[in-house]
Design a protein around this ligand. Structure first.
Ligand code: TYM
Length: 323
């Protein structure tokens, strides 16, 4: 069975897009196999945007609780903070030296921000190289991610290829795994759901806040009685990933028939979120009551992960002539 690995930044609490696009598909794959997978909190990546230590700590705790509430099994899988296996930084340096400048200059994650270069730090520029190191250091074979990470996976494969051409078959070349149906979950304003756009739905919010967020989803001004297009409606585009298939179909028909207001559709979405994530919401609250236990779980995972990382890194160091 292939080795699975994926990570989530700790630049905010994980949102519905992270959960549907990465966490759930990754855990579904992993829980169907005996072999351990690698799941981590990309807290070094989040330093490109989060500078407040308390905020960083809080985000990290929330990401950890989210993984666990969604079903990660720390007895089987490797579960760790990126920063607590610092070998990844050394490895990033080696990989930097195999990364052509134009490849990074063309990365969307950089290009999107390059209109305002004074605000772009070098960390943001080499972000994809750190990501490559995350993947290659643990010899991941399959990396489940949302569509926005596709280019980063291509960069990872290119860097690994360049390294192997120089030193022989040292690094494992990974494959991305992108679920076409949940490639991009829209946010409340219709753009990709993202921490940086502040348009996200946090499934662990209080019922009141969650309802408010769902009610704020932007819709068009089609009158209640007119037929509506479910495929262009932000509410339906989230609902279809959350509600049971027969209910999705009946809402689709109600859109097409007319007579359904967007307010009603939003109510249905709110109820569906509560229903679908009932178990996770309870577990999450329990986990957040005991941060010391989460810390302990992560520490144990980090010890195990470090052993794997060191094995690969030693092979890399030797191949390069450092040892
Ligand atoms: P991050 O933290 O932005 O997002 C984590 C995962 O959630 C997916 N995702 C989405 N999927 C569908 N719809 C959305 N609206 C949506 N928003 C986010 C992302 O595609 C991602 O899979 N660079 C990565 C973190 C990372 C990583 C890695 C991932 C660091 N190293 C190594 C995989 C392997 C990131 O910023 O993801």
């Amino acid at each position: 069975m292939p080795r699975i690995l994926t990570g989530i930044q700790s630049s905010g609490s994980p949102h519905l897009g992270n959960i549907l696009g990465a966490i759930r598909p990754a855990l579904a794959l992993s829980n169907a196999q005996q072999e351990p997978s690698f799941f981590f909190i990309a807290d070094l990546h989040s330093l490109t945007t989060v500078r407040n230590p308390q905020e960083l700590k809080k985000n990290t705790l929330e990401v950890a609780a989210t993984w666990l509430a969604c079903g990660l099994n720390p007895q089987k899988d490797y579960f760790y903070r990126q920063s607590h296996v610092p070998e990844v930084c050394e490895f990033t340096w080696y990989l930097n030296c195999f990364t052509p400048y134009p490849m990074l200059a063309n990365a969307h994650s950089f290009k999107d921000k390059s209109a305002n270069l004074a605000n772009v730090n070098a960390g943001l520029f080499i972000y994809p190289v750190l990501m490559a190191a995350d993947i290659l250091l643990y010899e991941a074979e399959v990396v489940p991610v949302g569509k926005d990470q596709k280019q980063h996976l291509e960069i990872t494969r290119d860097i690994a290829g360049a390294f192997n051409r120089q030193y022989g078959d040292i690094l494992v070349i990974p494959e991305p795994l992108i679920n076409e149906q949940v490639m991009v979950i829209p946010g409340t304003d219709g753009r990709k759901m993202s921490k940086s756009y502040n348009n996200y739905i946090n499934i662990f919010d209080s019922e009141k806040d969650l309802r408010k967020k769902v009610m704020s989803i932007v819709t068009d001004s089609t009158p209640v009685e007119a037929p509506k297009n479910p495929d262009t409606c932000n509410v339906f585009q989230v609902y279809k990933h959350i509600a049971p298939p027969d209910e999705v179909e009946s809402l689709r028909q109600a859109y097409l028939a007319g007579g359904l207001g967007y307010g009603k559709a939003k109510e249905l979405l709110y109820e569906a979120v509560l229903q679908n994530f009932q178990k996770e919401r309870i577990l999450y609250q329990e986990l957040m009551q005991d941060p010391a236990q989460i810390e302990k779980t992560l520490k144990q995972g980090e010890e195990k992960a470090r052993e794997v990382a060191l094995k690969v890194l030693n092979r890399v160091r030797k191949a390069m002539g450092y040892y």
